[in-house]
Design a protein around this ligand. Sequence first.
Ligand SMILES: [Zn+2]
Length: 192
Amino acid sequence: MTGLGSKPPIRQSDKRVIQTLLWALTPLLNLRWSILLPWVTIFLMVALDEGKSVSAYARALGVKDRRIVSRYLRDIGERARNGGPGLGLVTVEQLPTHSRARARVLLTAKGRSVAQAILQQMRKPVDERRPVQCKNCKRWFLPQRSDAKTCSPRCRLALHRKRKRSHSRPSTVAGDGVSNFATDRRPGSSSK
Ligand SMILES: [Zn+2]
């Protein structure tokens, strides 16, 4: 045995499963590149069993302190705990005071469409192609051609225009891609 890698290597059939998981995560990565795994987990729990109380999700996740789950729910809700925008995937609906649970957690329309996008990715036939980041809008997309650099004809045109303009002045197109991944996006824009 040499080196740090262990044998046997990941099998090709297992790689396809990993590929499917990667694809399924793409709609979440497109929300925010730095998305946290607990956010994803809680979002999926709500999608699986909507309308429960915060405590019920905390119990299901094995988290003793419901305030932790409450904080994460704010992060994936309308407003994050730091006051900035949340992911807008869920909403906590306050219930009338006489009911046993004080509030219940529901998916927003955006949460529902993200869940649909994840399902779509998972049900797709296994795709060997790797997600590619659009050079224009920075979204991750499934390239139809191996040399595709943009997600849509619109982005291709926009990139072309940017490049044309940048001939006369220093380029603003280039960048590390990842740092402006989450910011350079209008809500509701899609890669279709
Ligand atoms: Zn694009």
